[in-house]
Design a protein around this ligand. Structure first.
Ligand SMILES: *[C@@H]1O[C@H](CO)[C@@H](O)[C@H](O)[C@H]1NC(C)=O
Ligand SMILES: *[C@@H]1O[C@H](CO)[C@@H](O)[C@H](O)[C@H]1NC(C)=O
Ligand SMILES: *[C@@H]1O[C@H](CO)[C@@H](O)[C@H](O)[C@H]1NC(C)=O
Ligand SMILES: *[C@@H]1O[C@H](CO)[C@@H](O)[C@H](O)[C@H]1NC(C)=O
Ligand SMILES: *[C@@H]1O[C@H](CO)[C@@H](O)[C@H](O)[C@H]1NC(C)=O
Ligand SMILES: *[C@@H]1O[C@H](CO)[C@@H](O)[C@H](O)[C@H]1NC(C)=O
Ligand SMILES: *[C@@H]1O[C@H](CO)[C@@H](O)[C@H](O)[C@H]1NC(C)=O
Ligand SMILES: *[C@@H]1O[C@H](CO)[C@@H](O)[C@H](O)[C@H]1NC(C)=O
Ligand SMILES: *[C@@H]1O[C@H](CO)[C@@H](O)[C@H](O)[C@H]1NC(C)=O
Ligand SMILES: *[C@@H]1O[C@H](CO)[C@@H](O)[C@H](O)[C@H]1NC(C)=O
Length: 601
């Protein structure tokens, strides 16, 4: 649009809306203009280039500005993340948020979200001056200082997003006066003190996020039925909140997702929880909650995720839980549940796919009824229990399995061959059991259908004795983490090890391996940790090890290696104890070689 056309449009707009009488159609309201110029002057660097185009007097035409009647500025839309038709890009404004922003007294929307380089404080008088504000987005900035008490004057404010800043001090209790407030996000700041009890007066609130701060004291709401009737999303996790989950918590009948994890909450879960019929996700882990899970939990027919891990919850589990037909994830790990056995009604949970019962005092064999779970189990964690006997071969029929963690039990079988049927298995942790035989079961060796989905294998601290020669043979390998340490593995390292191209951590320490260090180890360029100590390796350290540029941890100690340590990074930067206890290693970081050089020539 050329300049004259714009001019005409402006004129027409003024005529059409019969706007206020003004000296010139080219200028916006002088307070607004002054406020915006002050804002721009606070920001020396703007990588988006938007402010550079703010010239002249007619601020209503500036990028990011919306006016009413081509005169009063009602919106400032300058988010850091800019989206075009085709993509998104992140921009920066480096500078201070100018208090002159408070001159824009007709503002309804102020969006300066995601401008990480924007620092300064929220102007103290903002709430007294920008009384028409409906949306205030100052999240993702570098703002410091406290939230001004005046904020409570914003009677029209519907959305207040101040998350991801460095705001400190208490949450002003005046916030409870904001009758229109629907979304309040103060998460990820440095806020301290108590949650103001005035929040119970927020009749329109639907989203309330105050997680990841330094808040303490009790959860003050609800005090009676009917308060916060629309509250659906509540996040208070990662604070220092104490006291109990309020007895009347069940009055917040619109709740859908609640996270109270990682606080200091104690006492029993109130049975009023059962009134939260819309609840779909409940996160309570890492608190000091005690007592039994209330029977009323069975009424939560919409519940998808229940995470109570790391509390002081006692058994037994109420049978009513068996009616949670939508439950997909159940994490009860690390509670003094003394379950003794996995409850027999577990297969009745027809949607269950992630089962975390670590450290729940489960004894005996892995029960066969688990195989009858209708749904497809994707994650099964029974680690840290007292399980004995074998890993059942029906495990191979859980075809959706992605994670299997049976570590720290007393299982004493072989790895069943059927494990190689698990095409989607990504994480296999069987460490600290009494498993025997060959490790190759874990790799699906010899099975034509092995797809290389495994990225994490921990078989350490068992009694495996065979199979090392077959690592990397057949199939395709995406393993990033492999720990076979503390076993009874014998034999030689195969050159097929070189096919584990993505491996970052390889631990074969504390075994009976006896061979040269194969040259192909030097091909594993992603390797960050290599632990081969306490074996019977012989020969020299291959020169190729100098190619292991990403290596941060190396231990070759207590073997029978000899000769010069290849002279260069990263090898010379490791401590002497990475090489000690060998037959005859020399050179940096150990003492210099004497006659070795001539031998090599
Ligand atoms: C945040 O502000 C502080 C000073 O208040 C400054 O030192 C720091 O560099 C700023 N951080 C960013 C990301 O701009
Ligand atoms: C809630 O609002 C009422 C009426 O405005 C007021 O009397 C009361 O003190 C407020 N409650 C809290 C806890 O601030
Ligand atoms: C349960 O919550 C804890 C803490 O937030 C988390 O580490 C764990 O992964 C969660 N469990 C599941 C199954 O998501
Ligand atoms: C749970 O088991 C532990 C260890 O076996 C025992 O010390 C404790 O008394 C048991 N607690 C209950 C409530 O049965
Ligand atoms: C679980 O399901 C079985 C078979 O459908 C049924 O007989 C049993 O009563 C159910 N158990 C519970 C606790 O709901
Ligand atoms: C298996 O569970 C134990 C806790 O019992 C945990 O320490 C370990 O990290 C888990 N393994 C994986 C791969 O998540
Ligand atoms: C492993 O086997 C050795 C004998 O080779 C035995 O002494 C030891 O108790 C076994 N360890 C476990 C955890 O079963
Ligand atoms: C491998 O497992 C052993 C024993 O379980 C453990 O001590 C060691 O830290 C693990 N290695 C790596 C690299 O995680
Ligand atoms: C190791 O790398 C060399 C050179 O890139 C290559 O010729 C050789 O085939 C690789 N060995 C294996 C086992 O991948
Ligand atoms: C290497 O392993 C030995 C034996 O386990 C240990 O004493 C030493 O501290 C380790 N050194 C490094 C650098 O990890």
């Amino acid at each position: 649009m050329d300049y004259h056309l714009l001019h005409i449009v402006t004129l027409l707009t003024v005529i059409a809306f019969g706007g206020e009488i003004r000296k010139t159609t080219e200028a916006c309201n002088s307070d607004d203009l002054q406020g915006l110029i002050g804002f721009k002057n606070g920001i020396p660097t703007d990588t988006s280039g938007r402010l550079a185009k703010w010239i002249g007097q007619n601020c209503c035409e500036w990028e990011g500005i919306v006016c009413e009647n081509a005169y009063r500025v009602i919106q400032i839309n300058l988010p850091g993340l800019i989206s075009t038709d085709t993509d998104f890009y992140q921009t920066q404004m480096v500078g201070q948020l100018s208090p002159s922003i408070t001159l824009l007294t007709s503002l309804e929307i102020l969006d300066l979200g995601g401008l990480v380089g924007l620092s300064g404080t929220i102007p103290q008088t903002l709430g007294l001056q920008l009384t028409k504000l409906k949306k205030l987005y100052l999240y993702g900035n570098n703002l410091t200082g406290s939230i001004p008490e005046s904020i409570g004057e914003l009677q029209n404010l519907q959305e207040l997003a101040l998350h991801e800043n460095k705001l400190s001090g208490p949450i002003p209790s005046s916030i409870g006066q904001m009758q229109a407030l629907e979304k309040l996000d103060l998460s990820s700041n440095l806020l301290s003190g108590c949650i103001p009890s005035s929040l119970t007066n927020l009749t329109a609130i639907s989203v309330l996020y105050m997680n990841t701060n330094y808040l303490e004291g009790t959860i003050p709401f609800p005090s009676r039925y009917g308060e916060m009737p629309s509250l659906a999303f509540l996040r208070l996790h990662d604070n220092y909140l104490s006291g109990t989950v309020p007895l009347n918590f069940g009055y917040l009948v619109s709740l859908q997702r609640v996270s109270l994890s990682n606080n200091k909450l104690e006492g029993p879960l109130p049975s009023s929880l059962g009134n939260l019929l819309s609840l779909s996700e409940l996160y309570l882990s890492f608190n000091f909650l005690s007592g039994q899970i209330p029977k009323s939990i069975g009424q939560l027919s919409q519940l998808i995720m229940l995470n109570i891990s790391n509390n002081l919850i006692e058994g037994p589990l109420p049978q009513e839980m068996s009616s949670l037909q939508n439950l997909q994830t159940l994490d009860l790990s690390f509670n003094p549940l003394n379950l003794t056995a996995i409850p027999e009604w577990l297969p009745n949970l027809s949607s269950l796919s992630m089962i975390y019962f670590a450290g729940c005092g489960i004894e005996g064999r892995i029960p066969d009824f688990l195989k009858t779970i209708h749904s497809s189990i994707q994650e099964l964690d029974l680690s840290g229990n007292l399980l004995s006997g074998s890993i059942p071969s029906w495990i191979g029929s859980l075809t959706q399995l992605y994670l299997l963690n049976l570590s720290s039990n007393s299982l004493d079988s072989l790895i069943p061959d059927s494990i190689s049927n698990l095409h989607d298995l990504g994480v296999l942790d069987l460490h600290s059991n009494r498993l025997t035989g060959s490790i190759t079961g874990a790799f699906g060796i010899g099975q034509g259908n092995f797809g290389g989905s495994l990225t994490y294998i921990d078989l350490s601290d068992n009694n495996f004795s065979r199979g090392v020669e077959e690592i990397g043979v057949g199939g395709q390998f995406n393993i990033q983490f492999l720990n076979l340490s503390h076993n009874l593995l014998k034999g030689t390292l195969p050159s097929s090890l070189g096919r584990l191209s993505y491996i970052q951590s390889l631990d074969l320490s504390y075994n009976d391996l006896a061979s040269n260090l194969p040259e192909v180890l030097a091909n594993l360029s992603s390797l960050e940790k290599l632990k081969l100590q306490k074996n019977h390796f012989i020969g020299n350290i291959p020169n190729g090890f100098l190619n292991l540029r990403n290596l941060k941890e190396l231990n070759l100690s207590d073997n029978f290696l000899e000769g010069e340590i290849p002279d260069g990074k990263p090898l010379i930067d490791f401590p002497g104890s990475s090489y000690s206890g060998n037959k005859g290693l020399c050179g940096k970081p150990l003492s210099p070689c004497k006659t070795m050089i001539s031998i090599k020539l």
